[in-house]
Design a protein around this ligand. Structure first.
Ligand SMILES: Cc1ncc(COP(=O)(O)O)c(C=O)c1O
Length: 209
């Protein structure tokens, strides 16, 4: 057998050294040492009983973070887009009416995802940096009777933190699911999912952020 044509890179023979950097943007963010230490734990199989306990503990922590008693609190390994796509794909079917509040990139993206699965997407469009009043949202709910209403809580493309109070109740009134994108806001601004009547919230833990 001939020798390998590509040799292992010399640098891979030395231990990886990653420098400490201070990161102050919305993400990625610095990871607390406690979380780094947790990541150094042994890998175990998904059927080991300990993993079920760890998953249950994570679920309890997330229910606390979102202030919800909803038993369907799931952790997905993936990006913020994964969570958005998962929430929309599992709640919407082709032909369904979906309402999306667009005041930045993330509303546009949610509308895009819903369109790709064949939903009838209607938008309420606000100015970049603007927000929607509950009266505007109610008017659109009455007009479009959607099965799902999407709103970005932290619209990271413009820096707007959208008020959530009263919107979940409106969605309940018009029999519509309320999907909140809190990827950029959770942990920085309070979310009271049960009290605010949101049905699904997607968020992302940016490496401990
Ligand atoms: C508000 C918001 N939603 C969704 C996402 C998507 O997250 P990701 O880039 O991890 O897919 C981001 C990412 O910056 C975001 O700020």
């Amino acid at each position: 057998m001939s020798s390998l044509a590509v040799s292992p890179p010399e640098r891979l023979r030395t231990p990886l050294m990653v420098p400490q950097r201070h990161m102050f943007g919305p993400g990625p963010s610095n990871v607390p040492p406690r979380i780094l230490r947790a990541g150094a734990n042994p890998v175990i199989g998904h059927m080991h009983p300990e993993i079920l306990e760890i998953m249950a503990d994570i679920q309890g922590g997330i229910q606390y973070l979102f202030q919800t008693r909803n038993p369907v609190t799931l952790v997905l390994s993936g990006t913020g887009h994964t969570a958005m796509e998962c929430a929309i794909f599992n709640a919407v079917e082709a032909g369904d009416s979906v309402l999306v509040a667009v005041n930045g990139v993330w509303g546009e993206r949610a509308a895009d995802i819903a369109e790709r699965i064949g939903a009838r997407v209607n938008t309420i469009v606000g100015s970049l940096g603007g927000f929607f009043t509950n009266a505007e949202i109610e008017e659109a709910l009455i007009k479009h009777r959607p099965v799902l209403f999407f709103l970005a809580h932290g619209e990271s493309s413009t820096g707007v933190l959208h008020p959530l109070d009263g919107i979940g109740q409106l969605c309940h009134k018009y029999d519509c699911l309320f999907l909140v994108d809190s990827v950029a806001s959770i942990g920085g601004a309070p979310v009271y999912m049960d009290e605010q009547g949101s049905h699904a919230t997607c968020f992302e833990s940016h490496a401990g952020g």
